[in-house]
Design a protein around this ligand. Structure first.
Ligand code: ATP
Ligand code: MG
Length: 562
């Protein structure tokens, strides 16, 4: 049994479902759902919920619905509905025909509200929203009953009907459940069920001007869809008795079993949609799919694969208590995945010219390079070698310290897949900056080994200057400079923790010509530099590469130093 299987067996959500199935509850059926609100793009936290809900359904031979909980027309939009579907598909999950919207149930929910009024369990309250809030009480103080609480059933039915017809203004009145203003369960203190909103809805248009609150829609939507296990995050624990209460009063059967788990928190980023929206709206990032965003669209553009995200979600597992997961764990997953799957290519970020003096001008030697040492089926490609090459500036030192094994005056190194070269001369400009190296190569070392058995300590990546193609390379670091950007001093905001160097743009790098055919979204390892992904943003004459992750976990150490 793999580690991951073991984790799943032990996780309390699956354990609970397994025992329900064993006891024959709901005839042994398992039906889950993923219920996003279409008011923002999905992030890695949502991925955890998706992987859990779709994963559980698959493992238990059940079903998983996609349901948009679209009860708030003022923040929701079809562009989000579409982006969310694209992201779930990309992650590798399919809901088939099981696409639903809470707005499909607006008629039924309205009838349920009327039924509660008729049973004396709901009333129209004319208090202003802040008045209602002020009278909620606290954990230690009971709430205060509204002066409108004891209206007659007839009056309430009439008022609610008139609310629906648009006779009142937004905020003028609401429909509240009549439960218990002194209940120790705060959600039982006459929660609001319906409010007036004169905003067109992205699906129902102007048909409604009263909308159910999430709490009055979510549980019943689950029940209508015959969800057996309603898996959600911990903040809904206190709402569970309320959902059960509504369902009981309306005798809507069967009721789902809600199970709460801890939401995913990832270090050096934020996961609240409100904050992510603020980052976008105030242009701290370039849109929801900025490669620094923890959104699925951002991660995709950064070069994360669906498998790496699914692997991460399974690896962190399902817990009952909140915790903070190190960003390094997500990076570990993508490194592992790309190490197996990404082709290796060569590129030079900060170029230094090398002229091979004894290589014929104009000649091109096509050398064979291995695409992926982890995957023989990836084959080989040819890489051109010629008289003028680019190497990385930092791979040369005029006056090297002891442990520097790369190129230096008089020293011999290997150019990967090519030849041994020796540095003969250093050429500088007027200001004393090194602009070119004059080198010689040993034709006997073609392919990278010397027949006489002599060794070199350094192997460098390089590209042939004549055939190389220009690239803009974007190197990303964490968006925030602290582990938990939401922890702030009074008067501060999470934005104060934005890192000032989360992206470094290298405008004129060179990559080998095989990348000419690369398509947006394709992943590569640039040898010795990291994993990169082709960005959809091509510049005229240049490709754009996003660094997904470095080859080794380097920034965790840097972050510590800071
Ligand atoms: P926010 O509170 O930032 O607006 P949300 O949780 O309300 O986000 P929804 O669209 O309502 O966003 O979330 C859909 C589902 O995804 C819910 O079931 C929710 O519990 C789950 N979810 C959201 N964030 C996380 C997270 N960080 N970890 C795990 N599950 C999450
Ligand atoms: Mg929510």
């Amino acid at each position: 049994m793999s580690n991951e299987d073991d984790k799943k067996l032990r996780d309390f959500v699956r354990a609970r479902i397994r025992s329900d199935v064993a006891e024959g509850k709901r005839a042994g059926q398992v039906a889950t759902r993923f219920p996003p609100e279409p008011n923002g793009w999905l992030h890695i936290g949502h991925a955890k919920s998706i992987v859990l809900n779709f994963g559980v359904a698959e493992e238990f031979g059940g079903t998983c619905n996609l349901r948009f909980d679209d009860t708030n027309p003022s923040t929701e939009d079809t562009t989000y509905v579409e982006a969310i579907q694209e992201d779930i598909r990309w992650l590798g999950y399919s809901w088939g025909t099981r696409l639903h919207y809470a707005s499909d149930y607006f008629d039924r929910l309205y009838e349920m509200a009327v039924e509660l009024i008729a049973k004396g369990k709901a009333y129209v309250d004319d208090q202003a929203p802040d008045e209602i809030r002020a009278h909620q009480g606290s954990l230690t103080e009971p709430g205060t009953e509204s002066p409108f609480r004891n209206r007659s059933v007839e009056e309430n039915l009439d008022l609610f009907e008139r609310m629906r017809k648009g006779e009142f203004e937004e905020g003028q009145c609401v429909l509240r459940a009549k439960i218990d203003m002194s209940s120790s369960v705060l959600t039982f203190r006459d929660p609001i069920m319906y409010r007036i909103q004169k905003t067109p809805h992205h699906r129902t248009g102007n048909r409604w001007c009263v909308y159910p609150l999430y709490d009055f829609a979510h549980g019943q939507s689950d029940a209508i869809e015959e969800i057996t296990h309603s898996i959600c995050t911990l903040e809904f624990q206190d709402h569970r008795p309320l959902y059960d209460w509504f369902i009981e009063q309306i005798e809507l059967k069967p009721a789902p079993q809600q199970i709460e788990f801890a939401r995913l928190n990832l270090s050096h980023t934020v996961m609240s949609k409100r904050m992510l929206r603020q980052l976008v709206d105030e242009s701290h990032v370039n849109g929801w799919d900025d490669p620094r965003m923890p959104t699925l669209a951002g991660l995709r553009r950064r070069g994360y694969t669906p498998a790496s995200i699914r692997g991460f979600c399974e690896a962190v597992g399902v817990a009952k208590r909140d915790n903070l997961i190190e960003l390094g764990r997500l990076e570990h997953e993508i490194r592992q995945d790309l190490n197996r799957s990404a082709d290796r290519v060569m590129g030079v970020l900060n170029p230094l010219k090398v002229v091979i003096e004894n290589f014929e001008d104009g000649a091109v030697d096509e050398l064979e390079a291995i695409n992926n040492p982890e995957d023989a089926s990836a084959g080989v490609r040819s890489v051109p070698f010629s008289r003028e090459l680019w190497i990385e500036q930092e791979d040369f030192m005029e006056d090297p310290p002891k442990k520097f094994f790369r190129l230096a005056p008089g020293r011999e190194v290997r150019l990967r897949y090519a030849y041994f070269i020796t540095c003969q001369q250093v050429i500088k400009d007027d200001r004393g900056e090194i602009v070119e190296l004059r080198c010689t190569y040993d034709p006997e070392t073609r392919g990278g080994d010397a027949p006489d058995g002599r060794k070199v300590k350094g192997t460098l990546h390089w590209v042939s200057a004549q055939q190389a193609i220009p690239a803009e390379v974007r190197l990303y670091g964490p968006l925030f400079s602290v582990e938990d950007p939401t922890s702030v001093e009074p008067g501060q905001s999470f934005l104060d923790h934005l890192s000032s160097d989360s992206v470094e743009v290298i405008p004129s790098a060179w990559v080998e010509p095989s990348l000419e055919r690369a398509e947006a979204g394709q992943n590569f390892q640039l040898e010795r530099l990291g994993y990169f992904c082709v960005d959809p943003d091509a510049r005229p004459g240049a490709i754009v590469l996003n660094r997904t992750v470095t080859l080794r976990d380097s920034w965790a150490k840097i972050a510590k130093k800071k």
